[in-house]
Design a protein around this ligand. Structure first.
Ligand code: MTE
Length: 302
């Protein structure tokens, strides 16, 4: 991103996390598909490859954020995002799709099973976390909306409202923040439309009420507080690429062999820990996603 590195938040052992871990052990013991109150189902998911990794504490996941609409400091979003009103929330669906329209966010996701996915979360700034997200596979929503045969990409447009997002008064990026995925990436089973974290409603600073998480890509692909989903024939522009095309590409697959022009991507530091670790190709999800990029030069298509 544009700013320098901020100091990591000190590791904090918090009760919330240990209670949560006990709950996960309990669920694991019961096996897949346990219905919780609030209609949330938490299967112990086959796609989940990070069970052995220590979870990043809740306070860090929700206190160390990138959300420039609320400031550029890592602790600004947690402090400032209380002005965001995540309900009622409308999502406009448009473009190459059979079921366009404005949807209330709860109607858009109605009847879908909210899953828990523990994902590695790798930021282009060379830090990472391990986060238990709650959400629905984006593919369930895409299939419900029925893209036409012309739809090759999806553009995600996030909220623009200087009342709710005072940081948009500064031209740090061209607002609103936008992102995009190729249709096969959007329909990949790992791609999640996130509504919660640690089994709780998504806090504003993490992108309430819905944001994207694509675990094999750098975190900036995960647009927060989405208000418009546009099905397109052509590749959309995305905010960071528009602002610094030599630094950020469309694909943004985690690639330890392609340095960011201003720093290496070969290693990363888990927020709250001291030692660096090697960054894995596709953030460790290569066996599940690499085939989507067969034949592509991933140094040119960064
Ligand atoms: N979405 C919006 N609308 N605005 C942003 O500034 N930052 C991105 C992404 N989504 C951003 C955004 C970046 S750079 C990262 S690394 C992730 O959100 C951070 O997500 P997290 O704060 O939940 O860890």
């Amino acid at each position: 991103m544009l700013i320098g590195r901020s100091p990591d938040i000190a590791p904090s052992e918090i009760t919330e996390e240990s209670v949560y871990l006990r709950r996960r052990e309990f669920l694991a013991a019961l096996g897949a598909g346990v219905a919780l109150s609030a209609g949330v189902t938490t299967p112990v998911h086959a796609l989940d490859r990070t069970r052995q990794d220590k979870l990043t504490p809740y306070d860090t996941v929700t206190g160390y954020n990138n959300f420039y609409e609320f400031g550029t400091g890592k602790d600004d979003p947690a402090r400032n995002a209380h002005t965001l009103r995540p309900r009622p929330w409308s999502v406009v669906v448009e473009g190459e799709v059979e079921k366009p329209g404005p949807y209330d966010v709860d109607d858009l996701l109605r009847g879908m099973t909210v899953e828990e996915r523990v994902y590695r979360h790798r930021c282009v700034e060379a830090w990472s976390m391990v986060v238990p997200w709650n959400g629905v596979p984006l593919r369930s929503v895409v299939d419900r909306l029925r893209p036409t045969s012309k739809a090759k990409y999806i553009e995600f447009i996030t909220l623009q409202d200087t009342e709710q997002m005072p940081g948009q008064r500064r031209a740090i990026l061209r607002w609103p923040y936008t992102e995009g995925l190729r249709m096969d990436e959007a329909r990949h089973p790992l791609t999640l439309l996130v509504t919660g974290v640690y089994g709780k409603t998504l806090p504003n600073q993490n992108g309430a009420p819905i944001r994207l998480v694509i675990p094999w890509k750098y975190g900036f692909k995960g647009g927060k507080s989405i208000v418009r989903i546009r099905f397109r024939e052509t590749q959309p522009m995305n905010s960071w690429r528009r602002s610094a095309p030599n630094e950020y590409g469309f694909y943004a697959n985690v690639n330890p062999d392609v340095d960011h022009p201003r720093w290496s991507q070969a290693t990363e530091r888990r927020v709250g820990t001291f030692f660096k670790r090697k960054t894995l190709p596709f953030n460790g999800y290569a066996d599940q996603v690499a085939s989507m990029y067969a034949g592509m030069d991933l140094k040119a298509n960064y």
